[in-house]
Design a protein around this ligand. Structure first.
Ligand SMILES: [Zn+2]
Length: 205
């Protein structure tokens, strides 16, 4: 990591941070504020921390209009948050689909628990948000014992669909190239959601 990373100011808390730590936004051609998770979209960028609180503050103080110097659309806190959550989920879903294509996924709670028990090299466990409490606890405990990171996201239907299967409440990803980017996205997702309580809404369409 270069130490002289360009600095940008968060529109919410006004703190200056390294550009890569912040979430970038651009305006699309219709003047709608779009979160740019990969920081690759063309145009002038505006930034917030990767947390709900700062998005909320920036939106309620109309900081996006100020940053983009004019009227903007889609810049309420709710709109921005649901777009961010949706995009984070898409990123995670696409990594899962790729890992599945590469044959690096074990799916189904029994298969995952067996894989962990047998010492298969598992790098990451993902559980659906709607996994049953009993299975969720069992798998989480097993993963914790072996020091395997474990996250909850999406739902059984969506995870199953990504794998081309029926409902799947638990999947494990084998140690390898898919694990680090997935963990990074899952952490960003978790950090974002932890950064302030807001009414839950289902961003999935
Ligand atoms: Zn901030």
């Amino acid at each position: 990591m270069p130490r002289t990373e360009p600095q940008r100011t968060c529109l919410g808390c006004r703190e200056e941070k390294g550009k890569n730590e912040l979430l970038r936004y651009v305006l699309d051609p219709e003047g709608t504020v779009v979160p740019d998770l990969l920081a690759k979209l063309p145009g002038r960028g505006a930034y917030t921390c990767f947390c709900r609180d700062c998005v909320e503050k920036a939106a309620s103080r109309k900081q996006f209009a100020r940053a983009f110097k004019g009227e903007v659309k889609g810049a309420t806190s709710q709109e921005l948050q649901s777009k961010i959550v949706c995009r984070l989920e898409e990123r995670i879903a696409s990594y899962l689909a790729l890992a599945n294509k590469a044959g690096k996924i074990v799916s189904g709670s029994d298969m995952v628990m067996e894989a962990i028990r047998k010492g298969k090299r598992i790098g990451l466990v993902i559980m659906a948000g709607d996994v049953s409490a009993e299975i969720g606890d069992k798998v989480a405990n097993m993963a914790a014992r072996d020091g395997i990171p474990c996250f909850r996201i999406l739902d059984k239907d969506r995870i199953g669909g990504l794998l081309g299967k029926g409902l799947r409440s638990v999947v494990a990803i084998e140690v390898g190239g898919f694990v680090p980017p997935l963990v990074k996205e899952l952490q960003r997702f978790g950090n974002f959601l932890d950064g302030g309580a807001v009414d839950e809404q289902d961003p999935r369409v």
